[in-house]
Each structure stands twice: as structure tokens, then as C-alpha cells.
Design a protein around this ligand. Structure first.
Ligand code: NAD
Length: 256
């Protein structure tokens, strides 16, 4: 006998769903039975993820949206509500990961990292939580980064934005637990996505991705489906007693 993830239909929003981790999360939530709104700055890649879900028998729409643009967030959430129903699952995954030495980071670059990684997460929560309150149920998963836990050479702005996402997560969990809304963070480490390959190609990962396998306790590189599985768990009905947590999905690279 299988236990379904939800006792009633659910609508999920996944930001950055056109690539990598967000794409895997979108496909997984759809496979578990949610209708998924795939948001991405790149509307074409969002459309491709949505088409993959529909081809597999699921329900999805694509929404071209810059998470740094509040007007686009408002419009995209309204479109989701009209086409799929009230969104009560929110995965804040869209992120940018520049590598820049501290003394060379411009105010513009700092502001852009914060606008996408932190303010985008903050504003999506502000726009979607009222839907969750109305339904008396909600699940938010914020994709942070292990760099928030350990720091990361050449990524001070990025690490700071991702650490702030954890503080935001813990505070929201306290404020909205009584409304049936859980809020958790997943800080991934070393997941094989286009972004990780870009970092490797840019020489940011030493001699390459595979070089890091011997120092990873589970002796492999993480895959987007590893994050999707953890995310799917946190979104289930029966994860209702888990909130304010930071669930490392990192092959043991960061413990504690
Ligand atoms: P990715 O580059 O493959 O995918 C990111 C997606 O976000 C892309 O589709 C991109 O178009 C979209 N995006 C970027 N800026 C956007 C914006 N302003 N508005 C809307 N969409 C936007 O990257 P990924 O590796 O899948 O990363 C996903 C998340 O996981 C990011 O937040 C990243 O910081 C985090 N993360 C990844 C790793 C890893 O090892 N891959 C490790 C730690 C954290």
C-alpha cells in the first residue's frame, strides 16, 4: 500500500525550475501529484520543464519571472492561482552563484546577489503565504547552500545571502507554525548541475568535479534528484511536525 503525499490536491511554485535542482524538484513534486508552476528567468527553460512534466502525465505551467522583480512575482503568483489554483507549496530555489574576490565585489554585484537570493525568497514568501493562511496549510522550502554553514572562498556575498536565507527560514517557521505552515531550508553541497559545471569550467573547483569525490564521505557527487527527494519529504502532509530546520543534503561533506 502506498501513502500519498497529500490528502488533497496541491499547487506548488518552484522558482528557478528551468534548470538543475529546480528542474528536478519540479519533476518530483509533479510525480508526487502536485500541479506545478515552473518559474524561471529563462522562460524557454521553464517551458521545457513544464512540457517534460506534462509528457509524463503531470500538470504544469511555465511562468517567465525574474525573482528580483516584485511586480513579476505578483503577476506570476496571480497567474498560477488563476490557472492551477491557490499555491500552498513554495520552493525558493532560484539563485545566482558568482565567484568574486572580496575586495573586487562592487556594490552592484552585492545588491544583485541579495536581490535574487535573499529578497526574491523574502518577497515570494510575502506573496504566497496569504494563500497558505487562507487554506490553513502550507509548505515552504528555501534552498540555501552549504557555503552558509562553512563559508566559501571567493563567495562572501553569496554565502552571506544564503546564510540570511536560513535566518529567514527559522523566523518564518516561528511566525507561521500556528497557521499550519512549515518552513525549512535545504543547504545543498556539490550537486551536479549546469551551475556546478560552470564553476568547474571557470577553474573554481580546483582540478574539477571528480577530484572532490575522495573527500566526500559517501564517495560520489550529489545529483539534483538527491535534493528533490529531501524537498519532497518536507512538503508532505506527514512532515507537519518538521519546521524551522536546516536539512543538509551534502553526502556528509558538512556534518552538524
Ligand atoms: P542552475 O544555474 O542550474 O539553475 C538555476 C536556475 O535559476 C536557472 O534556471 C536560472 O535561469 C534561474 N534563475 C537565475 N536567476 C534567476 C532570477 N533572477 N529569477 C528567476 N530565475 C532565476 O543552478 P543550480 O545548481 O540548480 O542551483 C539551484 C539553487 O541551489 C541555487 O539557489 C543555488 O545557489 C543552490 N545551490 C546549488 C549547489 C550546487 O552544488 N549545485 C550548491 C549549493 C546551493
Amino acid at each position: 500500500m502506498t501513502v500519498s503525499a497529500w490528502t488533497q490536491p496541491r499547487v506548488a511554485i518552484v522558482t528557478g525550475g528551468g534548470s538543475g535542482i529546480g528542474e528536478a524538484i519540479s519533476r518530483r513534486l509533479a510525480a508526487d501529484g502536485a500541479a506545478v508552476a515552473v518559474f524561471d528567468l529563462n522562460g524557454q527553460s521553464a517551458a521545457e520543464t513544464a512540457a517534460t512534466i506534462e509528457d509524463a502525465g503531470g500538470t504544469a505551467i511555465a511562468v517567465a519571472c525574474d525573482v528580483a522583480d516584485r511586480g513579476a512575482i505578483d503577476a506570476g503568483v496571480a497567474e498560477t492561482s488563476d490557472k492551477l489554483g491557490s499555491p500552498t507549496i513554495l520552493i525558493n530555489n532560484a539563485g545566482i552563484t558568482p565567484f568574486e574576490r572580496f575586495l573586487e565585489i562592487s556594490r552592484e554585484s552585492f545588491d544583485q546577489v541579495m536581490a535574487v537570493n535573499l529578497r526574491g525568497t523574502f518577497e515570494f514568501c510575502q506573496v504566497v503565504i496569504p494563500h497558505m493562511i487562507e487554506e490553513g496549510w502550507g509548505r515552504i522550502v528555501n534552498i540555501s547552500s552549504s557555503s552558509a554553514q562553512t563559508g566559501s572562498f571567493g563567495q562572501t556575498h553569496y554565502s552571506a545571502s544564503k546564510a540570511a536565507v536560513i535566518g529567514l527560514t527559522k523566523s518564518l517557521a516561528q511566525e507561521f507554525g500556528r497557521k499550519g505552515i512549515t518552513v525549512n531550508a535545504i543547504p545543498p553541497s556539490f550537486i551536479e548541475t549546469p551551475s556546478l559545471h560552470r564553476a568547474a569550467d571557470g577553474g573554481q573547483l580546483g582540478d574539477g568535479i571528480d577530484q572532490h569525490i575522495p573527500t566526500t564521505p559517501v564517495r560520489r557527487v550529489g545529483q539534483p534528484d538527491d535534493i528533490a527527494a529531501a524537498c519532497a519529504y518536507l512538503c508532505r502532509d506527514d512532515a507537519s511536525y518538521v519546521t524551522g530546520q536546516t536539512l543538509g543534503v551534502n553526502g556528509g561533506r558538512v556534518i552538524g
